[in-house]
Design a protein around this ligand. Structure first.
Ligand SMILES: NC(=O)NC(NC(N)=O)C(=O)[O-]
Ligand SMILES: [Zn+2]
Ligand SMILES: [Zn+2]
Length: 508
């Protein structure tokens, strides 16, 4: 009997106990959806600071099957929510998720620069719930139905947030209506073109005639054209600089090589063509959006003048980016090519003027223009501003940057929601995004504005190459606690949901 106990019953008991342990460990995993760190599809999130179009309220947002179904303004403390599934965020701010209308994720073709997985993980960790990928820097560029399909295919099962796509307007398709229509029909949210060389071989620049043609086609679809508005007026400034010339390390040299007059001349030409978007015009229904405005003087004045015509004027809008609001030319060390971008970061007065224009509503919105590359292309050893790749890496940090550098101007939560959610949603034609109201997608950024952190090499960044970002080494305030995309808790306290369940956004 002793032997029987030892050799038969004991091993069975051990087996039973271990399978019980296994069962208990597996059980919670099974019940949690792979897409969300929160295992419910009907729940409430509560906080003392919820940013709604009517102002900042204390209350609860009810979420069901990915949508906001009600908003309760009250001291939510228990009472009616007793016994419900509630996530209480206390004093943290609940805002509509950020919508970044301008990001380069570089997939397919240049995944070593970024990629859908790393880029959208960074977006989720930064409170960005929707982003729109630019048609260039990936390979091939998104300029046809076929190349859009390659993008959408590449994004499958890799995106942690919702992702839309811009198509490219290039000389090849500008006069080829069926090619452009194929691209629009396949679902790009609009088109993007460059008025100067883009730095990418298969993305050549367009002139006013191409842009005019593009606008006629866009008008039929009610979609926007985004334009990189700089024209090369004269590259004399770089002439005489030989390879290895020490002055190519100087930021001042780079700044002079792309003067504000390049932006001004481009915007002047662009606004002339944009006249067709006026009510009754040949391109009525199309819209012109100027990306990454840097010059807050003559270029901004042209935009302001056009906007003065109100609804009878051309249909235009403009964005600027956090790097133009955070940095100034005077502070950029020679050789520090992390700061190289086009148009360039200008002087302290210009930065101040950009902030004022944003606050006064002359600049409509913000975007990251997250445009990374491999570190080698930044030429850190040579520090050559003229030959280094231009583009700032920032996607994960845009919310704390806007908040931190906006303190000086008394920026409020509703302003951030306007610049980063409401107006971007409108540009994209996304009716169910951009605000915390019943019926909208349950896209939220939950963050703690008062929490400060050091953006050093220990900070967990999901961009593929954190060290190329000029924000490394800065102290920022505003920590993102949690991010919800269509009701899925995709990021929470440093972790992402196990599966990437963001949706591709294709226009219909
Ligand atoms: N090829 C690029 O990514 N260019 C980008 N580069 C910048 N902004 O420096 C841009 O948006 O123009
Ligand atoms: Zn650009
Ligand atoms: Zn860009």
């Amino acid at each position: 009997m002793d032997d029987v106990l030892r050799w038969r019953v004991l091993p069975m008991l051990v087996l039973l106990a271990s399978s019980l342990v296994l069962y208990v460990r597996i059980l919670p995993k099974k019940s949690i959806s792979e897409c969300s760190l929160l295992p419910y599809d009907h729940y409430w999130i509560t906080s003392k600071r919820i940013v709604t179009p009517q102002g900042v309220i204390t209350g609860a947002v009810e979420v069901r099957e990915g949508k906001i179904v009600s908003l309760v303004e009250s001291d939510y403390q228990r009472g009616s929510l007793l016994g419900r599934k509630v996530v209480d965020y206390g004093n943290a701010v609940i805002m509509p998720g950020l919508i970044d209308v301008h990001a380069h994720l570089d997939e397919p073709g240049r995944v070593e620069w970024e990629g859908f997985s790393s880029g959208t993980k960074a977006a989720a960790a930064g409170g960005v719930t929707t982003l729109v990928d630019m048609p260039l820097n990936s390979f091939p560029s998104t300029v046809s139905e076929e190349t859009l399909r390659m993008k959408v295919e590449a994004a499958q099962k890799k995106i942690y947030v919702d992702v839309g796509f811009w198509g490219g307007l290039v000389p090849d398709n500008a006069f080829n209506i069926s090619m452009l229509e194929g691209l629009l029909h396949a679902g790009v949210l609009g088109l993007k073109s460059f008025m100067c060389p883009s730095g990418i071989n298969d993305f050549p620049m367009t002139n006013s005639t191409h842009i005019k043609e593009g606008l006629y086609v866009l008008a039929k679809y009610n979609r926007p054209l985004l334009v990189h508005a700089e024209v090369v007026l004269d590259s004399k400034n770089n002439e005489g600089l030989l390879d290895g010339d020490p002055s190519s390390r100087s930021y001042a040299t780079y700044l002079k090589s792309r003067p504000p007059s390049w932006e001004e001349a481009a915007i002047k030409d662009l606004l002339a063509v944009a006249q067709d978007t006026k009510p009754g015009g040949q391109a009525e229904g199309a819209h012109v959006h100027i990306v990454h405005l840097s010059d807050a003087k003559a270029s901004l004045d042209l935009i302001k003048d056009e906007k003065r015509n109100g609804p009878n004027g051309a249909s235009i809008s403009v964005e600027t980016c956090p790097h133009y609001l955070a940095f100034a030319a005077e502070e950029i060390a020679d050789g520090d090519t992390r700061f190289k971008c086009a148009p360039p970061i200008r002087d302290v007065t210009n930065r101040q003027n950009l902030w004022e224009a944003l606050i006064d509503g002359h600049i409509d919105m913000l975007s990251s223009d997250h445009s990374p590359s491999v570190p080698e292309l930044k030429l850190f050893d040579e520090g050559d501003f003229l030959r280094a790749w231009g583009g700032i890496s920032s996607l994960q940090y845009v919310l704390p940057i806007t908040w931190t550098y906006g303190q000086k101007y008394g920026v409020s939560f509703p302003q951030i929601a306007t610049w980063w959610s409401e107006r971007p949603a409108k540009l994209l034609g996304q009716k169910y995004k951009g605000a915390i109201i019943s019926g909208n997608d349950a896209d939220f950024a939950v963050w703690e504005p008062e929490v400060e952190f050091e953006l050093d090499e220990n900070y967990k960044t999901y961009h593929k190459h954190p060290n190329i970002s000029p924000y490394i080494g800065r102290r920022l305030s505003g920590k993102v606690l949690a991010t919800f995309v269509r009701g899925n808790l995709v990021f929470s306290e440093g972790s992402h949901a196990p599966a990437a369940c963001g949706s591709p956004i294709l226009a219909k």
